[in-house]
Design a binder for this molecule. Structure first.
Ligand code: CTP
Length: 397
């Protein structure tokens, strides 16, 4: 897929640089040649020797290395690749790119190049959220730089939130997406994601533990394959993906309306954990403690959005995919769910607390289709997303 492609991979100084080693391996597995460049700070995290060994090529480190200048020159080095990939990209290199500074080899290459540039940011969550970083990102995106990630998650610094570098396979998917073919180009895909919040009164609600991680990863993987994604999300923990049309909702009813408004679509993927019930008559005033006893909540059933779209008489998307979160008899329940709802595929997973799947970084899914059940090995949610997006592309192809 990346045969005959040369990637100039710039590793900058962050703890995620260790994932850069795996990234080199993954890129080379797919046929790419990797020319590595290390900043001084990156050398604190990975050694030039391990990078050179994995890349099978010389590591470029210094702007003023005269031998290199005679051999190639930094201008030529900056233009010799099909893509410049900065992974991990620190807040510092992003700031330099935004300002057009050239005070080391990496920043000079980025300023001198006429080659497409892609970055995979990695930094502490507060550095990511800082207005200066967000300003810089907007500026370099305007300059045509493609941005992959970052993901949400536990960070090496002990905090949680956006800033963790995308997984190597997500970055590889984005690189493959860059070079095409982008099999989902021109295809509209609706993805629902996250939990729903069903109000009890203006300050209280009923929710569930869905983080939105799997739906978000899936939307990202679909975008990497060229899809136009409408991302209908409940109040999720993870940041929404870039390059999608985001429709933020709270309740199941709002999610249904948003999905209906987003139709028609070539495919619809229902990764949201939709509340099955809502409080029948949510109070428009805050419920107060009362001596007369405890409040009694009466429930009403929410519309089943997946079943509604699956059973549309006209305008049904060509492929409708549901998720099934089960705690026991996973295949039997998910197979029955597929038949009951009328969708084409069910992505089933075991969300028993001991699996650590709900809210965790990994997933172990069983894909249920009209061909039966296909268990996938346990892998990261990003890898599940990449594989599922590819299957979706094959089905729509
Ligand atoms: N779903 C939906 N609308 C709902 C409930 C669920 O679109 N009101 C979708 C989910 O997004 C998911 C699939 O249906 O793709 C399965 O949801 P799940 O809650 O696991 O199944 P249920 O039908 O609610 O069955 P049960 O609660 O018995 O497990």
């Amino acid at each position: 897929m990346l045969q005959d492609k040369r990637i100039l991979l710039i590793l900058t100084g962050g703890i995620a640089a260790y994932k850069g080693l795996d990234l080199i391996r993954r890129l080379r597995e797919r046929g790419a040649a990797v020319t590595p460049v290390l900043t001084r700070a990156a050398e604190q995290f990975v050694t030039p020797l391990s990078v050179a060994a994995l890349a099978g090529e010389k590591v470029y480190r210094d702007l003023f290395d005269l031998t290199d200048e005679a051999e190639m020159g930094h201008i030529q080095l900056s233009r010799s690749a099909d893509l410049i990939l900065v992974a991990p990209a620190t807040a510092d290199i992003i700031a330099k790119m935004a300002q057009g500074r050239a005070d080391d080899l990496a920043s000079t290459l980025l300023l001198a190049t006429d080659t497409p540039v892609m970055i995979a940011p990695a930094m502490n969550v507060r550095m990511w959220d800082h207005p200066a970083t967000q300003r810089n990102l907007t500026r370099i995106a305007g300059d045509g730089v493609a941005v992959v990630g970052p993901n949400d998650g536990d960070m090496a610094c002990g905090e949680f939130g956006p800033g963790r570098m995308s997984e190597p396979l997500e970055i590889v998917a984005a690189v493959e997406g860059h070079f095409g073919p982008r099999p989902l180009t021109g295809k509209h895909v609706i993805v629902t994601s996250g939990p729903t919040h069903e109000p009890i009164d203006p300050v209280r609600y009923i929710a569930n533990r869905s983080s939105g991680a799997q739906g978000t990863a899936l939307a990202r993987a679909l975008v990497a394959l060229g899809a136009d994604v409408t991302f209908v999300t409940g109040p999720a923990d993870v940041a929404p993906p870039a390059d999608v049309k985001i429709v933020a909702v709270e309740t199941a009813h709002e999610m249904k309306d948003a999905v209906d408004a987003a139709l028609p679509a070539d495919a619809a993927i229902f990764a949201a954990a939709v509340a099955d019930w809502r409080v029948a008559s949510a109070s428009d005033q805050k419920l107060k403690k009362s001596k007369d006893g405890l409040p009694v909540l009466t429930f009403a059933e929410n519309p089943d959005i997946l079943a509604g779209v699956s059973q549309l008489a006209t305008g049904r998307p060509g492929l409708v995919v549901g998720f099934a979160a089960e705690t026991h008899d996973v295949v039997a329940h998910a197979t029955a769910k597929r038949a009951r709802k009328g969708c084409d595929w069910i992505v089933a997973n075991d969300v028993s607390p001991e699996t650590g799947i709900m809210g965790g970084p990994e997933n172990a899914v069983i894909l249920i289709t009209d061909q039966g059940s296909d268990p996938w090995p346990r892998m990261s949610k990003a890898d599940v997303a990449t594989r599922l997006a590819q299957r979706i592309a094959n089905a729509l192809g």
